[in-house]
Design a protein around this ligand. Structure first.
Ligand code: AQP
Length: 335
């Protein structure tokens, strides 16, 4: 069976972009693939997280994975910091990565822009992501468009390590959905929807109540004109809203254009709010069911045990190639 790995940061409440660009795709892979899905809390702390809030954010991210349809019997769900190999392989790969290539990562540039000081962890974030992926001998990495450059870096690091030290890592392929891989901000269609956007009107969170969804969609920016047509260059705001509509309903863009022909933005936004609510209400119900069931700690413990087993084998392989000690008990060192 081919192996799939991906992760989501517990850096806030998940939004429609995370849902359509990532976790709903994760569910598609669970039949027929060996899936490892991670709550990447070590990535989240590259920017400040309130230590009182972080445990709840980790729990909620895991609950939303389950609420979106992940079956813990079919997939391995775990928290990154429960598996120490991630941090260890990350350091090893940092010694293979170059300062120049990390400086070219656009996500770092975006996140660092305008800030007086950023953590070194934010700079080396893509290397930790490479370690996450390579530790599971991953074949496929489902991600949104924004992570494409990071998966490419992961492949470069794997290739460089393999040619320097001998065949060690499997070469992963990104899987970026053709549609929905870059849901845009509702307030600025030039930016992606993001949980750390200071304007809450820019995103729809998976836990937004119905009236909030209606309000946010009503306030979403539109383009000039009044026609509902898909022209991403000329009408990026409407194209984004149509993308969300298509993802919620399964309708094609020409079908949507035809359905709203002769109608204006107000009618379209009203229907869009309805279909988003129809998509998200069952997710919110399942979230509550999983939270009330109390099953989560057990699911995450089992996931961590399995993830530790697999990743420690790959880390051992890498350390062997490097000529590093494999001893679990350092008091047994012989030379
Ligand atoms: N707007 C988006 N459209 C489609 N996919 C998206 N993803 C994120 N935003 C969009 C995908 O969701 C997965 C998890 O992302 P993440 O939480 O690890 O980090 P991120 O990409 O940095 O997402 P955010 O929301 O922008 O988080 P913050 O604000 O904390 O940095 C990834 O597969 C990502 O591609």
């Amino acid at each position: 069976m081919k192996r799939v790995f991906s992760g989501v940061q517990p850096s806030g409440v998940l939004h429609l972009g995370n849902y359509f660009g990532a976790i709903r795709r994760f569910v598609d892979f669970q039949d027929g693939y060996d899936c490892y899905y991670c709550i990447v809390d070590l990535h989240a702390i590259t920017v400040y997280q309130d230590p009182k809030e972080l445990p709840k954010q980790i729990q909620d991210t895991a609950l939303y994975y389950l609420a979106a349809g992940l079956d813990p019997k079919k997939t391995t769900l775990f928290v990154q910091s429960d598996v120490p190999c991630h941090a260890e392989l990350s350091w090893i790969l940092e010694c293979v990565a170059t300062f120049g290539e990390l400086s070219r990562m656009t996500q770092f540039k975006d996140k660092a822009e305008g800030k007086e000081s950023v953590s070194a962890g934010l700079f080396t974030y893509p290397v930790l992501m490479a370690a996450d992926i390579l530790l599971y001998d991953t074949d496929i990495v489902p991600v949104g468009e924004d992570q494409k450059q990071h998966v490419e870096l992961c492949r470069d690091l794997a290739e460089r390590f393999n040619s320097r030290y001998g065949e060690t890592f499997k070469m992963p392929e990104p899987f970026i959905p053709q549609f929905g891989s870059r849901i845009k901000s509702l307030q600025d269609p030039n930016k992606k929807m993001s949980k750390s956007d200071p304007d809450p009107n820019s995103y729809i969170s998976l836990d937004d109540p119905k009236d909030e969804i209606v309000k946010k969609i009503r306030r979403a920016v539109t383009d000039s004109g009044r026609e509902i047509i898909y022209l991403p260059e000329e009408k990026p705001a409407i194209a984004n809203l149509m993308t969300i509509y298509a993802l919620c309903t399964g309708k094609s863009l020409p079908e949507i254009e035809q359905h709203f022909s002769g109608k204006g933005y107000a009618d379209f936004k009203k229907d869009l709010a309805d279909v988003v609510i129809q998509e998200l209400m069952p997710v919110q119900e399942r979230y509550k069911d999983y939270r009330n069931s109390g099953d989560l700690p057990h699911i995450l413990r089992e996931g961590a045990v399995k993830a530790n087993q697999v990743s420690s084998g790959v880390l051992k392989r890498a350390k062997e190639r490097l000529g590093l000690s494999l001893l679990i008990d350092p008091t047994q060192r012989k030379f």
